[in-house]
Design a protein around this ligand. Structure first.
Ligand SMILES: NC(=O)C1=CN([C@@H]2O[C@H](COP(=O)(O)OP(=O)(O)OC[C@H]3O[C@@H](n4cnc5c(N)ncnc54)[C@H](OP(=O)(O)O)[C@@H]3O)[C@@H](O)[C@H]2O)C=CC1
Ligand SMILES: CC(=O)N[C@@H](CCC(=O)OP(=O)(O)O)C(=O)O
Length: 342
């Protein structure tokens, strides 16, 4: 049994980790932390976990995380970078759901995240946890930088085109929409029902912190710099990301066959039949990225539609997929979920 600790168990990715791990028969939950709710039974805060998780929250100091085999950080940016070293030194593997280890250029990370990096040496060691790209490195990793939610949907959507070199990589467009749970559980005015409900708006148009992460991943896949316009939007739904991606083909290619071949062996990427329109509700609660690829009017613009559940393939599910790889477990263990529809 893999002994698991979770730092940040009261947040949305924390409770999603617990929901998924409760059905994973290769792990035992050792500790779930909360600074504010220490002592409270987890199932009192989240009755959905009654009968599944019988632990109480403990403070990060009392959680004895060094006894774990793996610790997930489901915390805001800037926490894991200060706490990972002690755990790694104690032989614990670490999966950070935040962005502390995602950007290889530390100065670039500091610019976008507005803080100094506490452990730049670990950035070089961390493996970017997108299994469809880095599977073998993930198996060997001590420290995983779990990808962001938008970066997961956007990179999986563009990857077949970039890897094959069939599009102009300098003029990509990613027009993305997210549900409000992407902003986490912390109280913020823009996430209130009366602000986000019955409303639709763009944000981060001038520059969003996921831009350097997406550019880094696609540049590595294509071996050349990426030019990307990335515009996120907030939609009045709870879960889900819908990415509409545009690229200009530089040669005539069967894009449907390209995508089907690229993801033929990937159980968590579903390439739909030509002409399909993936919906966020078709992945709700599941670890699948569902993709459809179009060439409107047979022209040279390719439109990729990519949907994920931001809390599952965009966060907790992908983190568990990475844990499975790190510990030699079947990659899909605990993730064999039929999405919840309607
Ligand atoms: N929501 C999403 O869809 C996605 C989120 N992520 C990333 O995952 C991380 C967690 O996100 P999410 O669950 O939404 O966030 P939430 O705001 O919902 O939860 C954050 C959690 O972190 C804990 N926490 C806050 N500060 C500290 C601290 N200094 N030390 C220890 N624990 C702390 C909080 O608990 P308490 O205050 O009780 O200690 C809480 O449990 C973030 O970095 C986010 O960017 C990544 C992909 C998708
Ligand atoms: C809707 C919403 O607010 N989404 C968040 C991104 C999701 C997230 O948690 O960011 P990471 O993936 O980097 O951890 C945002 O735009 O800031």
């Amino acid at each position: 049994m893999v002994k698991v600790g979770i730092v940040g168990g009261t947040g949305y990715t924390g409770v999603e980790l617990m929901r998924l791990l409760a059905r994973h028969d290769g792990v035992s939950l050792h500790a779930i932390t909360s600074r504010k709710e220490a002592g409270m039974p987890v199932a009192e805060m989240y009755p959905s976990l009654r009968g599944h998780v019988d632990l109480a929250f403990s403070t990060p100091q009392d959680a004895q995380l060094q006894q774990c085999d793996v610790v997930f950080f489901a915390t805001p940016n800037g926490i894991a970078m200060s706490e990972a070293t002690a755990l790694l030194d104690a032989g614990v593997r670490v999966i950070d759901l935040a962005a502390d280890f995602r950007i290889r250029d530390v100065a670039e990370w500091e610019k976008w995240y507005g803080m100094s990096h506490a452990s730049p040496a670990l950035v070089a060691e961390a493996v970017y946890g997108l299994p469809e790209v880095n599977r073998e490195a993930i198996r060997q990793a001590r420290l995983i930088a779990n990808p962001g939610c938008y970066p997961t949907a956007v990179q999986l959507g563009f990857l077949p085109l970039i890897e094959a070199g069939v599009v102009n990589a300098e003029s990509l467009i990613a027009d993305c929409k997210s549900g409000v749970s992407g902003a986490g559980r912390k109280a913020e005015v823009h996430a209130l029902l009366c602000e986000a409900g019955d409303n639709f708006k763009a944000y981060g148009v001038a520059g969003h912190r996921h831009l350097p992460e997406i550019r880094q991943g696609l540049a590595s896949a294509g071996g050349a710099p990426i030019g990307l316009t990335f515009v996120p939007h907030l939609t009045p739904m709870i879960r889900g990301i819908h990415a509409t991606l545009y690229a200009r083909l530089n040669r005539d290619v069967d894009v449907q066959a390209l995508f089907e071949q690229r993801y033929a062996q990937e159980r968590f990427v579903d390439v739909m039949p030509a002409g399909s329109l993936p919906e966020t509700r078709s992945v709700r609660g599941g670890n699948t990225c569902r993709i459809a690829v179009h060439r409107p009017q047979g022209g040279d613009t390719v439109v990729v539609l990519s949907v994920i559940d931001n809390l599952v393939k965009g966060a907790a599910g992908q983190a568990i997929q990475n844990m499975n790889l790190m510990f030699g477990l079947p990659e899909g263990q605990g993730l064999d979920i039929v999405p919840l529809l309607p």
